[in-house]
Structure formats: C-alpha cells, structure tokens
Write a protein that binds this ligand. Structure first.
Ligand code: VGL
Ligand code: ZN
Length: 214
C-alpha cells in the first residue's frame, strides 16, 4: 500500500483503552496487549492531534460477572439493549488497573473520553454506549474541531477498537485501523467477525509501516 501521510489539520489518532487491566497481569488481559505500546508511541509522534479513551467502570458495573449471581466471566446475559458479555471486574474508576499503561507516550493527547461509567450500560465504542443510542459526545467534538479522518489503535481489536471504527464510519468520518498497533481478545471467532464488519463498513486496515511519520 502507498504510504499515508497524516494531515496535521484534519487527521486524529484515537488510542483505545491502553490500560493496565487490558495488558498482561491485568484483570482482563488481552494477549500481547502491552505490545501495542511501542507501536502507538511511534504513531503518536506523527500526529498533531491525539485523543485517548479510558474504560472507566463503577465497582458494581453490570458488565461484571460479579454483578450477576451464579454467572462466570465470559458468559453472556440478555439485557435491555441485547446480549451482554460478562467480564471479570476491570478498569474500575480510580484504580491502578484503569490507569494508562505507564510506558504510553501520548502526553500531547488533547482529549480523554471515559466510557462505561453508567452502571447499567456497557460501552465498547468511543462514540456510543452499547445501547447504540447514548452518545459519548466524541462525534460532536471531532466535527466541531474539523477532523475528518480518524486513525485507530489500541485494545481490543475485536471489541472496543472495532466498535469505535464502525461508529466512526456511521458518523461520517474516514476510519483507518492500524492492525499491528492493536491486539484482540478473540473469543469464539470474534476477531474474524469484527474484521469482516470493518471491511464491509469501509474501514481501511493498514500496518503502521504504511503510515509516513514525519
Ligand atoms: C473492552 C471488554 C470490556 C475493550 C472493554 O477495551 O475492548 N472489552 N471492556
Ligand atoms: Zn469494560
């Protein structure tokens, strides 16, 4: 693929959930989760504009298996907005697990979007909560700032990164997912399903070496 040069006016790098709990040793560790950190640090240098998301749950969040008697992590339950996967307790507000990976170098990030803070609703996407209607405000922010193309990287490819990329398209942005700067949970074919959805939605799937970092 031809090299893509980030446009300093209209491109933004959106870094999804690079938090301790999604890295090895964390409560919901994604295999190789910490390996995204050097790749993202390299990318971030090439973008004038960076935003971060931070999964940010109250202690009794409904996505936690511990909130449902007799249920185990990775079971699914039916909730008002559809099927919800039950997760181990993770990214609890103000805990070390919810903190960004200590080696993440994105000090110039302009915005941190916290999500999943409503007890009854999970939020994978940076744009909409899992009821698919409650906005986080990110689309309005990006539009008001004049961004048109969103590059995505982080954790996990098949959940929060994919849902964010699909919603970026739904909101009319170009979306570019940097595959080697993401890692997946890959539960029961979830990565293959997400990849098919991303391609169908017109999300560009690229490698970090495809991006020209000036
Ligand atoms: C995520 C499951 C639960 C993610 C967040 O960041 O992909 N996955 N909460
Ligand atoms: Zn979560």
């Amino acid at each position: 693929m031809a090299s893509i040069a980030p446009d300093h006016a209209t491109d933004l790098l959106l870094v999804i959930d690079v938090q301790n709990d999604f890295c090895p040793g964390g409560a919901l560790a994604v295999p190789g989760g910490d390996e995204v950190v050097p790749a993202i640090n390299g990318l971030a240098q090439g973008f004038a504009h960076v935003a971060l998301t931070q999964d940010w749950h109250p202690t009794d969040h409904h996505s936690f298996a511990s909130s449902h008697a007799g249920r185990a992590p990775f079971d699914t339950v039916d909730v008002a907005y559809g099927v919800q996967v039950l997760w181990p307790d993770h990214c609890v507000q103000e805990t070390e697990g919810a903190a960004f990976h200590p080696n993440l170098e994105a000090g110039h990030a302009e915005l941190i979007v916290r999500k999943g803070f409503r007890r009854e609703i999970d939020s994978y996407s940076a744009f909409f909560e899992n009821d698919r209607r409650t906005p986080t405000g990110l689309a309005g922010y990006l539009r008001e700032r004049g961004f048109r193309r969103i590059f995505l990287a982080g954790l996990a490819t098949d959940f929060c990164v994919a849902w964010s990329a699909l919603d970026a398209r739904r909101e009319g942005f170009e979306a570019v997912l940097v595959e080697d700067a993401c890692r997946a949970i890959d539960m029961e074919g979830s990565l293959a399903a997400a990849t098919a959805d991303l391609e169908a939605a017109g999300v560009s799937l690229v490698r970090s070496t495809d991006i020209a970092i000036a």
